[in-house]
Design a protein around this ligand. Structure first.
Ligand SMILES: [Ca+2]
Ligand SMILES: [Ca+2]
Length: 519
């Protein structure tokens, strides 16, 4: 990897990231923190609704090449040099693809009471503040001997201790690097205590140990790294929720759990394919949500799923097709110019008006459930302004178009003006949106002995409805998470100024990758 650290680019990323975070309400503190460095040991960043986040550096300080050392080991299988404990820090693991690679370490016995241990030290024999260990069980012995439960202990005094545990790591029986993060701990020596394997009483074995230092918040870059790591952590959890629900829109609970800060970050994505498409209003591949696509439009698959009534202009003719509810989704509104010439369609109008009784229910393409974030209403219609919709309950259901159950997620107050009026909602999950009309007219018309919500009992009317999805689409989330992980890695390298970019930087972002097999 000959990728050179482009300091200028990273600095511009740093500035962008910093302003992004300052702009977002949830992490407004990040800006303040960047301006006035926090005291070392300040409280860790906690992503809203998530666990504390402790970022770690990109250099594996246990690696022999980086000055890591094996200080002590309790035993070695048959005293065979092929299973020497130095194999734990040689940057390789055994694999079918690389049969001549390092065999890893194996003990010469396995006793779950009097446990095997390996003790590691670091370059210069100094105390480090560590926050992550990566273990790979892949070793050239039967997998029954692979380590399973390993207690990680640290000592700031001597190789013989005293030691205290920092984490109990339980590995999967899989030949991949497995990451264990913990509350940062001072460590001059790190001891692995092997509590169990996968069923052998002959030996316990391990392929590789990596150790990473915690990043402090005593410098501005460290603080920004904390903030970004918090964002990535939250986004990753949100993405996982999406994945768990089969790529469908998330549940209401999880969508509401997404912080305002993260929603803002998503809205602020620039320069990605998803965002570019979103700005153009085009359909995204895989049905990913597009913030600029009006999903209620007839042209985009929107439809009227139910409605209460339709205006009757002439009793002899019945409901007037010019006032059909589909007129709400046709992309047109009534416009009257100075000369009195009208263009556009009439809009929908009810037959009669009693608050709470007139409604229109809208569904989406293929009857899909959508995660909604915005509704736009335009009251302009070919009716007296006394009949224009003034107050509207926005109700949603994920079940039946007619039977619901519906719940009200917003009550919208419209101005009596023939313009698009935008209202943020949710994000909320909806298969159907029902608009229930609660008041009409400008509302400032004093009518004696009448319901103030009813300026006309002849009809309630509306010109157009637009509905937009929340943009927390998986594709954009993936792009955002990738970008932020990339920025994080570059920031970490920048912070290690003077050091070469770490060869295993990708381990910070791709824990499942077989990084030790890279050439
Ligand atoms: Ca190894
Ligand atoms: Ca219309």
């Amino acid at each position: 990897m000959s990728k050179k650290l482009n300091t200028q680019r990273v600095q511009s990323l740093l500035i962008a990231a910093s302003s992004l975070l300052v702009a977002s309400t949830g992490w407004a503190q990040a800006g303040a923190a960047a301006a006035a460095p926090a005291a070392p040991g300040a409280a860790p960043n906690t992503a809203p609704g998530g666990p504390a986040v402790f970022p770690t550096d990109v250099e594996n300080i246990a690696l022999a090449k980086n000055g890591g050392r094996v200080i002590a080991v309790t035993s070695t299988l048959d005293n065979d040099p092929a299973f020497n404990a130095n194999n734990l820090i040689d940057g390789q693991v055994t694999s079918a693809a690389r049969p001549k690679s390092s065999s890893g370490w194996a003990s010469n016995r396995f006793d779950p009471i009097d446990m095997e241990t390996v003790t590691l030290g670091f370059k210069g024999d100094v105390t480090r503040r560590i926050g992550k260990v990566v273990l790979n069980p892949s070793s050239n012995v039967t997998p029954e001997r692979w380590a399973k439960d390993v207690e990680i202990q640290v000592s700031t005094e001597g190789p013989d201790g005293p030691y205290r545990p920092v984490i109990f790591a339980t590995m999967r029986k899989a030949a991949v690097p497995q990451e264990f993060k913990f509350v940062p701990a001072e460590a001059k020596y790190l001891r692995l205590v092997f509590r169990s394997n996968w069923g052998s009483d002959r030996a316990v074995a391990l392929g590789e140990v990596e150790v990473y230092e915690a990043i402090g918040q005593s410098d501005p870059i460290g603080q920004i790294i904390y903030q970004l790591e918090g964002a990535v952590s939250e986004l990753s959890r949100f993405r996982q929720t999406q994945f768990n629900t089969g790529g469908a829109p998330t549940t209401v609970a999880s969508a509401q759990g997404l912080s305002q800060a993260t929603l803002q970050l998503i809205q602020n994505i620039g320069g990605t394919a998803g965002a570019a498409a979103a700005r153009s209003g085009a359909r995204l591949p895989n049905g990913a949500p597009n913030a600029a696509l009006n999903i209620a439009a007839l042209a985009n698959g929107g439809r009227i799923a139910d409605f209460s009534s339709q205006f009757v202009s002439d009793p002899a003719k019945g409901p007037d097709p010019d006032y059909a509810p589909e007129k709400l989704l046709d992309g047109q509104v009534m416009k009257v110019d100075a000369a009195g010439n009208a263009t556009g369609t009439f809009g929908w109008s009810s037959q009669g008006f009693t608050p709470g009784k007139q409604f229109v229910t809208i569904g989406f393409q293929d009857d899909r459930t959508k995660l909604l974030s915005k509704i736009v209403l335009n009251p302009a219609s070919n009716q007296s302004q006394l009949r224009w919709a003034r107050r509207v309950d926005v109700q949603v259901t994920t079940e039946s178009a007619k039977a619901g159950p519906f719940r009200t997620v917003a009550t919208i107050n419209l101005r009596s003006e023939p313009v698009n009026q935008e209202f943020a909602i949710g994000p909320v999950e909806a298969k159907y949106v029902r608009l229930v009309f609660e008041a009409n007219g400008p509302g400032d018309v004093p009518i004696a002995n009448a319901d103030p919500d009813v300026n006309s009992d002849r009809a309630v009317s509306l010109g157009e409805v637009e509905i937009y999805e929340a943009t927390a689409g998986s594709q954009e989330l993936d792009t955002l998470i990738d970008r932020f992980n990339n920025v994080l890695t570059q920031l970490k390298n920048l912070r290690n100024n003077g050091k070469a970019p770490a060869a295993n930087a990708a381990t910070a972002t791709r824990p499942d990758e077989l990084k030790t097999q890279r050439s």
